[in-house]
Design a protein around this ligand. Structure first.
Ligand SMILES: [Zn+2]
Length: 147
Protein backbone atom coordinates (compact mmCIF):
# COMPACT_ATOMS: atom_id res chain seq x y z
CA UNK A 1 0.00 0.00 0.00
CA UNK A 2 1.39 3.41 -0.92
CA UNK A 3 1.80 6.20 1.62
CA UNK A 4 -1.02 8.13 -0.11
CA UNK A 5 -3.37 5.13 0.15
CA UNK A 6 -2.44 4.67 3.83
CA UNK A 7 -3.27 8.32 4.47
CA UNK A 8 -6.62 8.09 2.68
CA UNK A 9 -7.54 4.94 4.61
CA UNK A 10 -6.50 6.64 7.87
CA UNK A 11 -8.64 9.70 7.04
CA UNK A 12 -11.53 7.46 5.99
CA UNK A 13 -11.48 5.77 9.40
CA UNK A 14 -10.96 9.04 11.27
CA UNK A 15 -14.01 10.67 9.65
CA UNK A 16 -16.13 7.80 11.03
CA UNK A 17 -15.37 8.59 14.70
CA UNK A 18 -14.58 12.31 14.52
CA UNK A 19 -16.52 15.46 13.74
CA UNK A 20 -15.73 19.13 13.17
CA UNK A 21 -14.50 20.71 16.42
CA UNK A 22 -16.20 24.02 15.49
CA UNK A 23 -19.71 22.95 14.43
CA UNK A 24 -19.93 19.20 15.22
CA UNK A 25 -20.66 18.47 11.56
CA UNK A 26 -19.59 15.39 9.64
CA UNK A 27 -16.25 15.56 7.88
CA UNK A 28 -15.45 14.75 4.27
CA UNK A 29 -12.27 13.69 2.55
CA UNK A 30 -11.19 16.31 0.03
CA UNK A 31 -8.25 16.83 -2.27
CA UNK A 32 -6.92 20.30 -1.54
CA UNK A 33 -4.30 22.22 -3.51
CA UNK A 34 -2.42 24.71 -1.32
CA UNK A 35 -0.59 26.38 -4.16
CA UNK A 36 -0.02 25.93 -7.87
CA UNK A 37 3.43 24.45 -7.19
CA UNK A 38 2.26 21.81 -4.70
CA UNK A 39 0.62 18.54 -5.51
CA UNK A 40 -2.88 18.39 -4.11
CA UNK A 41 -3.06 16.81 -0.67
CA UNK A 42 -5.92 14.82 0.76
CA UNK A 43 -7.36 16.31 3.94
CA UNK A 44 -10.41 16.06 6.17
CA UNK A 45 -12.75 18.95 5.44
CA UNK A 46 -15.88 20.40 7.05
CA UNK A 47 -18.31 21.45 4.30
CA UNK A 48 -20.44 23.42 6.80
CA UNK A 49 -17.51 25.56 7.96
CA UNK A 50 -15.81 25.49 4.58
CA UNK A 51 -12.38 24.65 5.96
CA UNK A 52 -9.84 21.91 6.45
CA UNK A 53 -10.58 20.33 9.79
CA UNK A 54 -8.84 17.36 11.39
CA UNK A 55 -11.72 16.87 13.82
CA UNK A 56 -12.21 15.66 17.39
CA UNK A 57 -13.91 12.56 18.76
CA UNK A 58 -17.69 12.95 18.49
CA UNK A 59 -18.14 12.18 22.20
CA UNK A 60 -15.62 14.85 23.13
CA UNK A 61 -17.48 17.38 20.97
CA UNK A 62 -20.76 16.47 22.70
CA UNK A 63 -19.45 16.94 26.24
CA UNK A 64 -17.60 20.08 25.20
CA UNK A 65 -20.72 21.65 23.69
CA UNK A 66 -22.61 20.86 26.89
CA UNK A 67 -19.80 22.31 29.03
CA UNK A 68 -19.56 25.56 27.04
CA UNK A 69 -23.35 26.07 27.08
CA UNK A 70 -24.02 25.06 30.69
CA UNK A 71 -20.96 26.69 32.26
CA UNK A 72 -21.06 29.76 30.05
CA UNK A 73 -17.41 29.19 29.18
CA UNK A 74 -16.05 32.25 27.40
CA UNK A 75 -12.49 32.84 26.22
CA UNK A 76 -13.16 34.82 23.04
CA UNK A 77 -14.77 38.04 24.26
CA UNK A 78 -13.31 39.93 21.29
CA UNK A 79 -15.45 38.03 18.76
CA UNK A 80 -18.75 39.82 18.22
CA UNK A 81 -20.61 37.20 16.16
CA UNK A 82 -22.26 34.97 18.82
CA UNK A 83 -22.36 31.87 16.59
CA UNK A 84 -18.69 32.17 15.67
CA UNK A 85 -17.84 32.97 19.30
CA UNK A 86 -19.59 29.80 20.52
CA UNK A 87 -17.87 27.69 17.84
CA UNK A 88 -14.45 29.07 18.78
CA UNK A 89 -15.09 28.39 22.48
CA UNK A 90 -16.21 24.82 21.77
CA UNK A 91 -13.21 24.24 19.50
CA UNK A 92 -10.78 25.53 22.16
CA UNK A 93 -12.23 23.38 24.96
CA UNK A 94 -12.46 20.35 22.63
CA UNK A 95 -8.76 20.76 21.83
CA UNK A 96 -7.91 20.87 25.53
CA UNK A 97 -10.03 17.83 26.40
CA UNK A 98 -8.66 15.92 23.39
CA UNK A 99 -5.11 16.75 24.41
CA UNK A 100 -5.80 15.45 27.91
CA UNK A 101 -7.44 12.26 26.68
CA UNK A 102 -4.57 11.50 24.29
CA UNK A 103 -1.92 12.23 26.92
CA UNK A 104 -3.68 10.11 29.54
CA UNK A 105 -3.87 7.25 27.06
CA UNK A 106 -7.69 7.29 26.72
CA UNK A 107 -7.55 8.11 22.99
CA UNK A 108 -5.17 7.57 20.14
CA UNK A 109 -5.29 8.05 16.38
CA UNK A 110 -7.91 5.27 16.18
CA UNK A 111 -10.30 6.87 18.69
CA UNK A 112 -11.07 5.79 22.24
CA UNK A 113 -8.88 3.01 23.59
CA UNK A 114 -10.20 -0.06 25.30
CA UNK A 115 -9.01 -1.45 27.61
CA UNK A 116 -7.51 1.67 29.11
CA UNK A 117 -3.78 1.74 29.70
CA UNK A 118 -2.53 4.83 31.45
CA UNK A 119 1.22 5.26 30.88
CA UNK A 120 3.07 5.07 34.20
CA UNK A 121 5.21 8.04 33.22
CA UNK A 122 2.13 10.28 33.27
CA UNK A 123 1.10 9.37 36.77
CA UNK A 124 2.55 11.09 39.78
CA UNK A 125 4.58 8.77 42.03
CA UNK A 126 1.89 8.93 44.71
CA UNK A 127 -0.81 7.83 42.24
CA UNK A 128 1.36 4.88 41.22
CA UNK A 129 1.70 3.88 44.89
CA UNK A 130 -2.08 4.13 45.42
CA UNK A 131 -2.67 2.07 42.27
CA UNK A 132 -0.19 -0.59 43.47
CA UNK A 133 -1.91 -0.74 46.88
CA UNK A 134 -5.31 -1.00 45.19
CA UNK A 135 -4.12 -3.86 42.98
CA UNK A 136 -2.66 -5.70 45.99
CA UNK A 137 -5.94 -5.19 47.90
CA UNK A 138 -7.95 -6.36 44.89
CA UNK A 139 -5.83 -9.50 44.44
CA UNK A 140 -6.35 -10.45 48.09
CA UNK A 141 -10.11 -9.91 47.89
CA UNK A 142 -10.53 -11.47 44.44
CA UNK A 143 -9.02 -14.66 45.87
CA UNK A 144 -11.16 -14.42 49.00
CA UNK A 145 -13.80 -17.16 48.72
CA UNK A 146 -15.72 -16.29 51.88
CA UNK A 147 -18.71 -14.83 50.00
ZN1 LIG B 1 -17.59 22.61 10.87
Amino acid sequence: MTEQMNRIEYLRQRKQHCCCKYCGGLLEIRRVAFSEQDDARVELYCPRCGKIEFGVEKEIYAVTEYFVEEMGFQCYTDIENPILQKQMNIAKVAEIISWGFVNLGYCDENGFRYPLTIPDALLHEELNLKRDKWQAYKEVHDNDDTD
